[in-house]
Design a binder for this molecule. Structure first.
Ligand code: CP
Length: 313
């Protein structure tokens, strides 16, 4: 593994999940693996779980960690090659990424979708600029279109809690007042489709995800029908892909409640958090869910990824 940007960087998913589960049993098994190494975490957007779990994962491996909130703590970055920088951008990513590489052995970066121009977001311009100009491995802490550390934690969670070998997994759209990226949903589909499961996507008309992520998944526009016999309900809002970034529906009929969960095969509710209670899902559903297990597994997912990257340095 040279970088961790998507599932395409993982050569053996089963082994990565096993490594994470081993760390869960013994978090300090490799406490000298990262000795003398520094992880730099660059946040262009807010974070609670990703920030804390990745820091803690690095500490468990003996690494040092430096965190910077780009745009708040440092200079506004320019991403266009060859641009005449006489506007608001003060430092080019070419210089910033190279400078970070002088201090850090691995760099993690969070850069959300702008949700204005689909082409720009799906080109992952910011993430790829760091990959191009940094001289050390890059870890995605959620990019414009993918959130691989979250998806690894989700796969671990499903593997350790499933009660049948081929569970039915439903990715269900749920309401949200604001436009959100497709990253978590895209990434979840990429990772879960690599496991043995029956995968279904439930969403209102107009919320199709990019077909690049949906192969092998059944699509259903009736949420109750989709929930029947499901083992896992993974809830997430995303804004429209086709009418890019638009909110087409906020219908509370899509809020996940106990009545809908009772249609499942004693199914478990999952969400990456943060979650707007009683909008995405009711209190009762969230309070009896796997959300904290997922959050805890973020730590071991990050630890397994950092461990693999450290072994290549
Ligand atoms: N799930 C997740 O990535 O949470 P944060 O945005 O708080 O990091």
């Amino acid at each position: 593994m040279n970088n961790f940007l998507s599932i395409d960087d993982v050569t053996n998913l089963e082994a990565l999940v096993a490594s994470a589960r081993n760390f869960k049993q013994n978090p300090y098994a490799k406490k000298q693996q990262g000795e003398g190494k520094t992880l730099g975490l660059l946040f262009m957007n807010p974070s609670l779980r990703t920030r804390l779990s990745t820091q803690r994962a690095a500490y468990n491996l003996g690494m040092n960690v430096m965190v910077i909130n780009v745009n708040q703590d440092s200079w506004q970055l320019e991403f266009e090659d060859g641009s005449v920088m006489d506007g608001s951008s003060v430092e080019h990513v070419k210089d910033a990424a190279a400078v970070f590489s002088q201090y850090c052995d691995i760099i993690g970066i969070r850069t959300f979708a702008g949700l204005v121009d689909r082409l720009v977001d799906y080109q992952e311009k910011v993430l790829h600029a760091f990959v191009k100009y940094a001289q050390v491995p890059i870890v995605s802490l959620e990019s414009a279109t993918l959130h691989p550390l979250q998806s690894l934690a989700d796969v671990i969670t499903i593997e350790e809690t499933k009660t049948r070998s081929k569970p039915k997994v439903v990715l269900s759209w749920a309401p949200h007042p604001k436009a959100l990226p497709q990253a978590v949903a895209n990434s979840f589909l990429q990772w879960v489709s690599e496991t043995d499961c029956d995968l279904m996507i439930a969403h209102p008309e107009g919320y199709n995800l990019s077909s690049d992520f949906c192969s092998g998944a059944a699509i259903c526009h009736n949420q109750e029908e989709a929930f029947i016999d499901a083992d896992f309900i993974y809830a997430k809002n995303w804004s429209s892909y086709e009418q890019y970034g638009k909110v087409l529906c906020t219908d509370p009929a899509w809020t996940i409640n106990q009545e809908k969960m009772s249609l499942t095969n004693n199914g478990q509710f999952m969400h990456c958090l943060p979650l707007r209670r009683n909008v995405v899902a009711t209190d009762e559903v969230v309070d009896h869910s796997l959300v904290l297990v997922q959050a805890k597994n973020r730590l071991f997912a990050a630890q397994a990824v950092l461990d693999q990257l450290l072994s290549t340095l």
